[in-house]
Design a protein around this ligand. Structure first.
Ligand SMILES: CC(=O)SCCNC(=O)CCNC(=O)[C@H](O)C(C)(C)COP(=O)(O)OP(=O)(O)OC[C@H]1O[C@@H](n2cnc3c(N)ncnc32)[C@H](O)[C@@H]1OP(=O)(O)O
Ligand SMILES: O=C([O-])CC(=O)C(=O)O
Length: 372
């Protein structure tokens, strides 16, 4: 047996959803640079699920299906009030709420194509409602009902704050959602596919994927980046902080990638947004600190920033609580997870690799009374 640690370079499936070749990311053949500038998140959802861009009529239909399904069942909202609110990370709340949603979906275990598509719509529609409602309930505020006249991105911000968001904030969130939507066989998507390849239901797959995204080596890195920026505090502290960490062989969050070598093509869009938003909020130091960190880490380790690095200062500039950064990633990535789950069901085979055993050789059972 040959063991490939972390499955690096192992090709575990075929997929027609997204690809990363020579540091270029495409969704269904469309370059992420093109989509980031031109497409709305709703168009991207359609693209990932149908492998084609929607016509105007198809887009309107998807938007109204999402709007019609955005309300949360009362049971989920009531459940939030039972959580030990001070200790619960919003990713844990999201993971639990998605699992709970499955209990109230009468089609939860139906496996036909239409039922699975219906569940995809419901989950995509309800994820931002869960994140926004939890964020409010934990502050003692009432959840805000979703509106049918707003875009997906605008509705999310509206449910979070209770106010109609400014155009610049909607533009930033919409672009962030487009950029995070899918990424080939990343850890959380692989988790979702492994889970549903047992023919488990869609809710199980998404619950598992949220768990995988939560870790700081994956989606949790965006929150960790903001923690680092806050700890550093000022431009003057950047140099010593970063060099000390590198000397101690500690990781700088938001840098490095398993697949990209020259750089993550999504990072430049978020860098640009970070510059614009931090200037607008009168806090350019978050961007300046970030670029200085980038210069040191790239210079010393030849490690470029990944998608999580500049998204931190973008979300911070929008006034979003730091522990909601990863849940926002999930609100976007659920579109990719769902596309992969539907693709897995279309041509399923159980995913079951092997492990090379490194424990002791054959041993004889010793009754408990005779053990030393
Ligand atoms: C959406 C996303 O999931 S993007 C990734 C988000 N995660 C992060 O930003 C966390 C920080 N980055 C990392 O931990 C890694 O780069 C990962 C997890 C993204 C990729 O991991 P791997 O492909 O397994 O690379 P691995 O961790 O083995 O690193 C290879 C080498 O680069 C170094 N390295 C990798 N990332 C970093 C980093 N961020 N800071 C400092 N050194 C790093 C490692 O220490 C290692 O050095 P060594 O060979 O001297 O021991
Ligand atoms: O692909 C990966 O390993 C991680 C990543 O960048 C993502 O999921 O967006």
């Amino acid at each position: 047996m040959t063991v490939t640690r972390g499955l690096e370079g192992v090709v575990a499936t075929t997929s027609s959803i997204s690809s990363i070749i020579d540091d270029t990311l495409t969704y269904v053949g469309y370059d992420i640079d093109d989509l980031a500038v031109n497409a709305s998140f709703e168009e991207v959802i359609y693209l990932l699920w149908h492998r084609k861009l929607p016509t105007q009529i198809e887009l309107e239909e998807l938007k109204s299906q999402l709007a019609d399904n955005a309300r949360l069942p009362k049971e989920v909202l009531d459940h939030f009030k039972m959580y030990p609110i001070d200790q619960v990370h919003p990713m844990a709340a999201l993971r639990s709420a998605v699992s709970l949603l499955g209990l109230y979906d009468q089609e939860a275990d139906a496996m036909d194509e239409q039922a699975n598509y219906n569940k995809a719509i419901r989950l995509q529609a309800k994820m931002p409602s869960i994140v926004a409602a939890f964020a409010r309930v934990r502050k003692g505020l009432e959840p805000v009902e979703p509106r049918k006249d707003l875009s997906f991105a605008a509705n999310f911000l509206y449910m979070l704050t209770g106010n109609e968001p400014e155009a610049i904030a909607v533009e930033a969130i919409d672009k962030a959602l487009v950029l995070h939507a899918d990424h080939e066989l990343n850890a959380s998507t692989f988790t979702a596919r492994v889970c549903v390849a047992t023919l488990a239901d869609v809710y199980s797959g998404i619950t598992a994927a949220i768990g995988a995204l939560k870790g700081p080596l994956h989606g949790g890195a965006n929150e960790a980046v903001m923690k680092m920026l806050t700890e550093i505090g000022t431009l003057e502290n950047v140099d010593s902080y970063v060099r000390e960490k590198l000397e101690k062989k500690e990781k700088i969050m938001g840098f490095g990638h398993r697949v990209y070598r020259k750089g993550d093509p999504r990072a430049k869009h978020l860098r640009e947004m970070s510059k614009k938003l931090t200037e607008l909020t009168g806090e350019p130091h978050w961007y300046e600190m970030s670029t200085q960190i980038e210069a040191i880490v790239t210079g010393e380790k030849n490690l470029p920033p990944n998608v999580d690095f500049y998204s931190a200062s973008v979300y911070h500039s929008l006034g979003i609580d730091h522990d909601l950064f990863t849940p926002i990633f999930a609100v976007s990535r659920v579109s990719g997870w769902l596309a992969h789950i539907l693709e897995q069901y279309e041509n399923n085979r159980l995913i079951r690799p092997r492990a090379e055993y490194t424990g002791p050789g054959m041993q004889k059972y010793v009754p408990i009374g005779l053990r030393g």
